[in-house]
Design a protein around this ligand. Structure first.
Ligand code: RB5
Length: 141
């Protein structure tokens, strides 16, 4: 069973709990890196907890108010390609062309119905490789 690591801050807590149900219904093993309650917390803490467990076989999902802070923090971790996606096209292309290994969502931006479609698209789209592999390889200096 494919594992997915998920985390949020307080601004993304409710959507994290919803996305966990979506992933479980899709038969993924969901590892929740926290938080366990919606109290105010610092999103980089959870961005790093998730990013440090993610690799190209084990994707991650991070949720904050906008998805922006989570993506900025997660992308500081070597090997992470975190993408904020606000629609299905971005989710599909983040996988097909960028081989994103973390999906970032914004609970204050994206409602649960659209978030569900974005998660399903992200989790089921394959990286196309080829010229896109050459391009993402240029990320590593
Ligand atoms: C928290 O208020 C908010 O700043 C955070 O969830 C996130 O949107 C940061 O990028």
């Amino acid at each position: 069973m494919t594992k997915v690591i998920i985390g949020s801050d307080h601004g993304g807590y409710a959507l994290k709990e919803f996305v966990k149900k979506v992933l479980t219904a899709m038969d993924y093993e969901v590892i929740d890196a926290g938080p366990e309650a919606p109290e105010s917390c610092d999103y980089p803490v959870y961005a790093f907890k998730v990013a440090e467990q993610v690799d190209d076989e084990t994707p991650g999902i991070l949720v904050c108010g906008t998805g922006l802070g989570m993506s900025m923090a997660a992308n500081k971790v070597k090997g992470i390609r975190a993408a904020v996606c606000t629609n299905e096209y971005m989710a599909r292309m983040s996988r097909a062309h960028n081989n994103a290994n973390i999906l970032c969502l914004g609970e204050r931006v994206t409602g649960p119905g659209l978030a569900e479609d974005i998660v399903k698209t992200f989790m089921t789209t394959e990286f196309e490789g080829d010229r896109h592999l050459r391009r993402i390889s240029l990320f590593d200096k």
